[in-house]
Design a protein around this ligand. Structure first.
Ligand code: NAP
Length: 336
């Protein structure tokens, strides 16, 4: 019998106090039921959206995780046991599993898929070929419908989704403005990601900086919501588009933020605002991958991987991601 360590959600976290909300537990692995797949987790993906699953909010895009359950999240690893003929032992897979040494899933519910193991660095299945990259592509190209020469603004721009949204915009010919917290992140955005302008929202007034944008902002890839959205709306160009990707400013609260104070600008500037959710697009992976792969091979889509070692250190990594200590994509290496 194999011992499995897993993170259990004991309480809804207060703010960023994850240590008092989750605990690392042990169990003996049970035999698989028909249709189940067991994945020996190589890496865990730290995703801002999972913070909402820990809250008691029932109006999110998926129900809250029941207290006492295993913390859920994206995993990358090899199938170690299988009662699903579609996923033989040894297959490298990615899907929604648990923060654990071993994730046990039903493939369809988990969005489990076999991924290319010939990549020089398979961690890119959580990076430039992963869900954050798919999100960046859908949000910039389809929802924000960015055109060459337009101004695209991206918030949380030095994070996983944001840094790739900036690059997708640049690759599509847009002029890109990244908003991020602190001078190091802004330097990264300018020097590595290649944005035209970086705004440090912790030390600069975002609305004032955006007011300098010639012709206004055509497209806003919003990862943050809250006051930052209010700083952008009055600086949008007429017929501008806002792709609502995330609202990280509100994820540590059990109640939603009030709506945008500058909602009037939607009418005044004839804006289109549209939310989107990448699990709705999972069936289009085969279409997204060649586009992303081409940019990766050309060196025009990169992601900094911020890797923490050990399942026992998952909460450290999670806090690095949410509190803005990390640049790029935060992952946890669980096993070889
Ligand atoms: N719609 C979808 O399907 C979808 C899919 C994936 C991700 N997302 C969304 O994309 C966003 C980014 O997620 P991610 O997983 O890629 O995380 P990430 O951007 O790598 O990390 C989160 C970042 O958010 C910023 N942040 C945290 N609190 C903030 C606040 N109060 N105000 C402004 N910025 C704040 C921090 O950067 P700073 O240091 O710059 O503050 C932090 O680095 C989230 O809103 C997430 O929900 C949506």
């Amino acid at each position: 019998m194999t011992v499995n360590r897993f993170w259990q959600l004991d309480h809804h976290p207060q703010g960023s106090d994850f240590a008092n909300a989750l605990s690392l537990q042990d169990e003996m692995l049970a035999p698989l039921a028909e249709g189940e797949v067991r994945v020996k987790v190589g890496w865990l993906s730290m995703d801002a959206g999972t913070r909402m699953w820990m809250s008691p909010r029932t109006d999110g895009y998926q129900p809250p995780l029941p207290l006492g359950s295993k913390m859920a999240g994206l995993v990358l690893g090899r199938v170690s046991e299988s009662r699903d003929a579609g996923f033989p032992i040894g297959t490298l897979v990615r899907g929604f599993g648990q923060w654990a040494d071993y994730a046990t899933v039903m493939s369809a519910l988990a969005g489990l898929e076999a991924v290319d193991e010939r990549l020089a660095d398979v961690r890119q299945h959580f990076g430039a070929l992963g869900m954050n990259a798919w999100t960046a592509l859908v949000g910039v190209k389809e929802v924000a419908a960015v055109q060459p020469g337009e101004w695209l603004v991206v918030s949380a721009a030095a994070g996983a989704t944001g840094s790739m949204a900036c690059q997708v915009g640049r690759n599509l010919g847009a002029r890109v403005i990244g908003i991020a917290g602190g001078p190091d992140k802004c330097r990264y955005l300018r020097d590595v990601i290649g944005v035209d302008l970086a705004i440090d929202y912790k030390n600069e007034d975002v609305a004032t900086r955006l007011a300098e944008v010639d012709g206004g902002v055509h497209a806003y890839f919003d990862n943050v919501g809250g006051p930052m959205l209010d700083a952008v709306l009055p600086n949008m160009a007429h017929y501008g588009r806002v792709a609502v990707c995330g609202m990280v400013a509100a994820y540590d609260s059990d109640t939603p933020l009030p709506g945008p104070a500058r909602f009037d600008q939607v009418l005044m500037r004839r804006l289109r605002i549209e939310g989107f959710f990448i699990p709705d697009f999972l069936h289009r992976g085969a279409e997204f991958l060649p586009v992303l792969r081409k940019w990766v091979d050309a060196g025009t889509l990169t992601v900094n991987l911020d890797e923490t070692f050990g399942l026992e250190n998952t909460l450290v990594a999670y806090d690095r991601m949410l509190s803005g200590k990390a640049i790029g994509k935060v992952i946890v290496k669980v096993a070889d």
